[in-house]
Design a protein around this ligand. Structure first.
Ligand code: GFB
Length: 312
């Protein structure tokens, strides 16, 4: 058991969806002193800046929640950015964390690190047992490299660096841009706009049949604090919602929450991506953490936030 109490905690990516949720959770729980630099204060892609910043601020704990992220289209359209930006962030920060004696580092990946045809639900041991889903292999390779870098530092130098793999996430401060976002915020915005503009149809990408597991980002933040304090092993750990839903059912649920009553159509010219990526989270549940909130309640909270912060 490691405690975050009274520690200096750097959240890399503090302005993003995951980082901002982590900052709220750590503040609510009264844990440590938070360091929340923005991109101007700490450019994670620049190794010299990262080393200088770390020397000046000397965090005890690092949550590596900074990443170039995006949905299925962004992943396919910007392979260099997804590979290079993520590798640079990971290498610079993990190396500096070792050099400056960081006590605990929590690296964040994604369920897309697993093989496209991994046995379901996907156990941590499925990593590197098969070929990746082509629509997100660039991002996945960068995240696998991050896991391996943490393992390498643990193996060679005994560093307490761990990796956590969440399923698909959503919540406050998500990206609602229709070209680059993930499915949940994209559908929320599409249904909201259709309702506002009195449109009778909304187009959903793909066939609607792929299954996804969605976790509310506030729940993820809670789980990350839990694993930071209760987990210290070489192998990464899955963090999921323990439930899956088809894209069609998700669209119907969001339409109902938003209040869109028109037709939901499927655009089969758009990719489905992987058909299923349900994670096995028994390792985490055995340690004592499980998600609490229903998908419906979490989407409703997110929609309220969207209306207060984005919607016209
Ligand atoms: O969320 P999403 O973009 O990413 O798409 P992935 C999930 C599913 O929703 C796909 C469908 O089958 C999409 O075709 N979908 C339906 C839509 N309508 C829409 C829409 O309007 N926008 C979007 N974006 N999708 C990502 C990876 O995969 O998952 C990342 O690309 C990361 O690397 C992330 O791992 C968690 O679940 O397919």
């Amino acid at each position: 058991m490691y405690t975050l109490n009274n520690k200096k905690i750097l959240i890399a990516g503090a302005r993003g969806m995951v980082g901002s949720a982590l900052a709220r959770t750590l503040t609510d729980q009264g844990k440590g002193e938070l360091l929340l630099p923005n991109r101007q204060q700490l450019d994670l892609a620049d190794p010299i800046t990262v080393t200088h910043w770390m020397k000046e601020h000397r965090p005890d704990v690092v949550f590596l929640a900074a990443a170039k992220v995006g949905g299925i289209a962004a992943n396919s359209n910007f392979p260099v950015d997804f590979l290079l930006d993520n590798l640079a962030i990971e290498i610079n920060l993990i190396k500096a964390a070792y050099e400056l004696g960081v006590e605990k580092l929590i690296f964040l990946g994604s369920s897309c690190i697993y093989p496209k045809h991994a046995e379901q639900p996907i156990k941590e041991t499925s990593l590197l047992t098969g070929a990746l889903e082509p629509t997100n292999e660039w991002y996945a390779i960068a995240k696998i490299a991050g896991i391996k870098l943490c393992q390498a530092y643990r193996t060679q130098y005994g560093c307490d660096f761990i990796s956590a793999m969440p399923c698909n996430l959503f919540g406050k401060n998500d990206n609602f841009d229709l070209e680059t976002s993930h499915v949940l915020p994209a559908l929320m915005r599409k249904f909201h706009d259709a309702k506002t503009n009195k449109a009778d149809k909304v187009w959903v990408w793909g066939s609607g049949t792929p299954l996804r597991e969605f976790l509310y980002v506030d729940e993820l933040a809670n789980a990350l604090v839990f694993v930071a304090e209760n987990y210290s092993e070489l192998e990464h750990i899955n963090i999921g919602a323990e439930k899956e839903i088809s894209i069609k059912e998700l669209a119907e649920l969001i339409a109902q929450i938003v209040g869109f009553k028109g037709e939901i159509c499927f655009d089969s010219s758009k990719p489905d991506g992987t058909l299923r990526k349900m994670m096995d989270c028994s390792k985490l549940s055995k340690l004592g953490w499980r998600p609490q909130l229903s998908l419906q309640a979490a989407i409703s909270e997110t929609y309220k936030w969207y209306c207060d912060n984005h919607a016209e």
